[in-house]
Structures are given as C-alpha cells and as structure tokens.
Design a protein around this ligand. Sequence first.
Ligand code: AMP
Length: 197
Amino acid sequence: MRIIFIGPPGAGKGTQAVKIVAKYKPVHLSTGDMLRAARDAKTEIGLQADEYMSSGQLVPDEVVIGVIAERLKSDDCKSGYLLDGFPRTIAQAEALDKMLAASGTPLDIVLELKVPDDELFTRLVERGRKEGRTDDTPETIQKRIAVYNNQTSPLLDYYGKKGLLKTIEGLGTIDEIFARIEKVLDAPKSGCGCGCR
Ligand code: AMP
C-alpha cells in the first residue's frame, strides 16, 4: 500500500505511524527523521536544512523533493510505504505525482489526522519539555502550526479532489484513533480505477 499521512505538528502522526507500520508493513518514510539524521551527520543537506528546521520553517522544496526522490528509488519501497511529513506543499505534491506517474505506482490513500490548534499547542509544549526537541519551543510551535495551516492544509483539497483523502479524527486514546485508521485502511477498494473510492 502507498499511503500519505498528513497532519499538523503534534497531531500524533509519529505514534500512529509506528502502529500502521507494525500492522500493514509499509516502509516508514519520515522526511523529518531523514532531515534530523542528515543534520546530526552534518551532511551538506543536513546543514542546509538545520536553519529552517530550528526556526519552524519548511526546508526548501527542491531539497526535500531531492531527498524523497532518491529514497523512493530503493528496492524496499517497491512493496509499499507510508509517507509521513511529505508532501507539505502543493509543489511537493506535484513533484511526487510526476515521480509516481513515471514509475506507474499510484497512491492508494491519503490519511489526514485532524486535531484542533489549541490541543496541538498543549501537546507540543509538553513534548518539548519531555524530549527537548529544539523545534518544540512555544514560538516555534506557533510558527509550525501557522506554516501547516498556510502551506500544507491546501493539500487536503488537492487530494480531496482526486478522491484519495480520508480524514481521521485525532482526539481520543491512541488505540481509539488507530481503530479509526484500521477501519479506513481495511475498507475494500472500490470504484472504477480512476482514483475514486
Ligand atoms: P517533522 O518531524 O515532520 O515535524 O519535521 C520537522 C521539520 O523538518 C519541519 O518543521 C521542517 O522544517 C522540516 N521538514 C520535514 N519534512 C518537510 C517537508 N516535506 N518539506 C519541508 N520541510 C520539511
């Protein structure tokens, strides 16, 4: 299965991604994790990305598109993947569409994990305290939520029009939320093959 997982920072995508991977076995492709690894390894891409990441801005499209294009060529992606944190802009979604059209491997589904902004803020402040992530300070959190609303949320319409979007209510316990995801992922595919389901 080729799945895109969209949601604002703090929605719980990481937690649910682990459960999706355990049950459905897609390769987990998190651009945030890839960029943090590149930053820690002090590669050129990592150093380039660092200033954007620590201020809560998006890393430039061409950098992230390059990273994901390279990763999608790997053999382990052939049997399916969960894209977590990519695409985050319409330009990234269009670039992904071109890559997938060229390889003849269309997306199966786009999951949106939906959580209200005030709840996100509370969760992220708490995560910042516990994990010490440099981009979980109150100012950066506000910025990242605004970036999501301005630059990433237009993707919901983009994938909605393609008939690929399924919205999951992101409030509740981890298991309740995962049960909603399972219901959507286990639903039999229907439609005429044009992407409608
Ligand atoms: P995440 O772990 O997904 O919240 O990503 C952490 C940070 O990495 C983001 O705030 C961005 O600075 C950067 N990042 C991750 N994925 C992308 C992407 N698809 N496009 C641009 N920047 C990204």
